[in-house]
Design a protein around this ligand. Structure first.
Ligand code: FEO
Length: 398
């Protein structure tokens, strides 16, 4: 059996990136990332998505090892972000007669990014393409993750080519099928991928899930991470819950602290949350934790408490940046508490009050504001905030 075979006549021809430090120049990649592409070696040969242009040599070698000198008739573009579209013009140079398949939005982007024109098959929702054994049907799924995004379903073997959908960070070290790899670190990386990359688009993801809901899906071929077979229910459940902004019982405490005093407030809150029976408590010092990991935990847990010192009559800059990222993703349905500190004139608590209004989070208690350092009453106020959060979480779980 060929090592690249997924199922039927479908082959994995993706590549691994262990070089890039930050995905989209923003998100750290401790486990790297894969750019997945699939080749269908049928009577008619089709390629689904491409890879980052840096890896074109490896990619072309993989393609030729399967089809030799046979031509590729169709290049199906499910998504135009350059981590997948980057090799379109190089593929076109290798296969000048290739017909590019996309929707109305796709072709403007291909021309704009790469200046590529030529033969095309413009599809709308439900159109199909017969390759021989495999028959592909196209489903437009706009904003999962860009407006041109679509998914391609092989009706012969039940394979969904999902673009970024159901994707996750992490290279594929050896195997690509979920049944043949240790999946331990992929689950949290899936949440971090979703919350950082797709997190703003909960409603479009829900629409896509509804559109695809009736399909007999046996295999999911995403553009990032493992090919999913026996874990499909779990993978769909993760994307369904995240896109509804549903979360587990638990609290994220994210804080900035310049001299350790605001951190003492965070410690007092965490200690009382634990005493109140909350087990999932995740603390992030915003100066040390990259926001992508904080966002991952905010998507994961129902409770959020943020603390900030006052800096130049404003919020601590890293806290302000985090609040902006939360608002950008339109995170919903969180229980929220906040605390702040100042030396001579308080501003942090006031600024976070503005955030509460914008976020529409449910405030569980009045904020705690501290001047300079902890006093007995500050401990009591922090404990009261923690107790209010624990009570609200427990009420929710009844
Ligand atoms: Fe992996 Fe939105 O591209």
């Amino acid at each position: 059996m060929q090592k690249s075979l997924v199922t039927g006549k479908i082959h994995y021809v993706g590549v691994n990136d262990r070089n890039k430090h930050r995905f989209e120049a923003m998100w750290p990649l401790p486990y790297g990332v894969s750019y997945n592409s699939y080749l269908i070696d049928d009577d008619i040969v089709a390629l689904i998505d491409t890879v980052d242009a840096c890896y074109f040599g490896t990619y072309l070698r993989k393609i030729k090892s399967i089809i030799g000198n046979r031509p590729i008739q169709y290049l199906i573009i499910n998504h135009m972000e350059p981590d997948h579209s980057g090799s379109i013009s190089l593929i076109k140079q290798q296969y000048p007669d290739i017909i590019i398949v996309g929707n109305k939005q796709t072709f403007g982007m291909i021309e704009g990014f790469y200046g590529v024109t030529g033969d095309r098959y413009q599809v709308t929702d439900g159109d199909f393409l017969a390759l021989g054994h495999h028959t592909l049907r196209f489903y437009l799924t706009p904003m999962v993750h860009w407006p041109e995004t679509m998914m391609t379903f092989d009706e012969a073997d039940g394979v969904l080519f999902a673009g970024d959908g159901f994707g996750c960070f992490g290279t594929l070290d050896g195997g690509f099928l979920d049944t043949r790899i240790n999946l331990d670190h992929y689950w949290d990386e899936m949440i971090r991928y979703y919350s950082n990359i797709v997190g703003k688009y909960g409603s479009p993801v829900q629409k896509a899930l509804q559109k695809l809901g009736g399909l007999p899906i046996k295999t999911i071929c995403s553009t990032h991470g493992p090919v999913w077979t026996e874990n499909i229910p779990r993978v769909i459940d993760i994307y369904d819950k995240l896109s509804r902004y549903e979360a587990e019982e638990g609290v994220v405490i994210a804080y900035g602290s310049m001299y350790g005093n605001t951190e003492q407030m965070a410690e007092a809150i965490a200690s009382e949350l634990s005493a109140q029976g909350i087990k999932n408590i995740v603390m992030h010092n915003v100066t040390k934790s990259h926001p992508s990991f904080i966002l991952k935990d905010i998507f994961k847990y129902k409770g959020l408490i943020i603390g900030s010192p006052t800096y130049s009559n404003q919020l601590f800059p890293e806290v302000e940046a985090l609040l902006s990222k939360i608002l950008l993703r339109e995170v919903k349905n969180r229980f929220f508490g906040y605390f702040g500190s100042y030396c001579w004139a308080g501003a942090a608590v006031k600024r976070m009050g503005e955030f509460v209004e914008k976020s529409k989070f449910e405030l569980v208690a009045d904020p705690v504001e501290m001047k300079q350092a902890m006093r007995e009453e500050t401990y009591q106020q922090c404990e009261a905030l923690a107790k209010a959060m624990a009570d609200r979480l427990k009420k929710e779980s009844v």
